[in-house]
Design a protein around this ligand. Structure first.
Ligand SMILES: Nc1nc2c(ncn2[C@@H]2O[C@H](COP(=O)(O)OP(=O)(O)OP(=O)(O)O)[C@@H](O)[C@H]2O)c(=O)[nH]1
Ligand SMILES: [Mg+2]
Length: 294
């Protein structure tokens, strides 16, 4: 069997998590239109007759600004060093910039099998695809490029086939039936973060973290208490909204997804707390689970 781990890397917002979810066939990673949605390495595991692919979804490349972002970049760099192959995800509808070529070159030079998943083809003119592939080749990127649409599920078969071909002949790393390495508690925090990413302007979700303080099942009902940690008093006011309306709405969307995930009723209690500059405080970052390591 062909089995191994594949790092899924690329710029922030390229569509990595969406691609991993569609290939695995389950939502293992949250998705949003804002960059820096993924903060941790998340494994998504696919079992097929041909073998097993362990996708390692990673935080996307983004300009560094604080300790959290550099921890995220360290996570991605460490992941790329410890895998059997790399899937480099490129957002096709954004065109090819010199920074794309530079990143592809950097990871091509790691000596691992690597291919390029050129995604979001559903929102761009068809004729741009061969022109971009030519551009990459002329820039010295000698890797196979697979145009796909994760959203529409287009051209995923040849991509999967090529990923299997990059993997060694090995036994599976994970038993069948496991789709992710993350706990339900982690996913609950991520669902809350996703709803915040979807509802509020960039500044708020980028400065927000979730701490789950209670995660307990009693008589078939989950009791979940969590804190939304934000950076500023005015962020807290925006998160809560007039008479708590905004927070109620966000929490209600989150609760519905949590119930879907857990298959049980959820009692969700949410508090908003302010912790200035938490993104630059190493100890707090570690408490929140951001270590930058595997
Ligand atoms: N039209 C279209 N949109 C897509 C496709 N794939 C992803 N998107 C959208 O692109 C945005 C970013 O997707 P993500 O999967 O969160 O991107 P990411 O690369 O994981 O981003 P980070 O985790 O921030 O690095 C979301 O709004 C997705 O719905 C696609 O194939 N077609
Ligand atoms: Mg992501």
């Amino acid at each position: 069997m062909r089995c191994g781990t594949v790092a899924v890397i690329g710029k922030a917002n390229a569509g990595k998590s969406t691609l991993v979810n569609v290939l695995v066939g389950e939502k293992v990673a949250i998705v949003s239109p804002k960059p820096q949605t993924t903060r941790d390495r998340i494994l998504g595991i696919l079992n097929r007759e041909e073998g097993q692919i362990v996708f390692a979804d990673t935080p996307g490349f983004y300009r560094r600004r604080n300790e959290l972002t550099s921890l995220m970049m360290r996570t991605t760099e460490n992941t790329a060093k410890e895998v059997d192959a790399i899937v480099f995800v490129h957002d096709g509808h954004k065109g090819i910039e010199p920074s794309d070529v530079a990143l592809m070159k950097k990871y091509s030079e790691m000596g691992l099998p690597m291919l390029i998943a050129y995604t979001k083809t559903d929102i761009m003119p068809e004729e741009q695809i061969p022109a971009d592939i030519k551009k990459l080749f002329e820039a010295g990127i000698e890797r196979d490029v697979f145009p796909v649409s994760a959203r529409k599920g287009k051209n995923l078969k040849p991509l999967l086939k090529a990923i299997f071909e990059m993997l060694p002949e090995e036994e599976p790393l994970y038993p069948e039936g496991i789709v992710s390495d993350k706990s339900e508690k982690f996913m609950v925090a991520e669902i809350m973060r996703e709803k915040i990413l979807l509802k509020y302007d960039q500044e708020i979700p980028h400065g927000a973290a979730i701490s789950v303080n209670r995660f307990e099942e009693i008589d078939g009902v989950y009791h979940i208490d969590l804190d939304i940690i934000c950076e500023k008093k005015n962020h807290k006011a925006i998160l809560i909204g007039k008479q708590g309306k905004a927070l109620k709405e966000t929490a209600s969307f989150a609760r519905q997804d949590m119930e879907k995930l857990l298959g049980k009723k959820v009692y969700l209690t949410v508090f908003v707390k302010v912790s200035e500059d938490w993104r630059d405080r190493g100890k707090l970052l570690r408490e929140l689970g951001y270590s930058g390591e595997e």
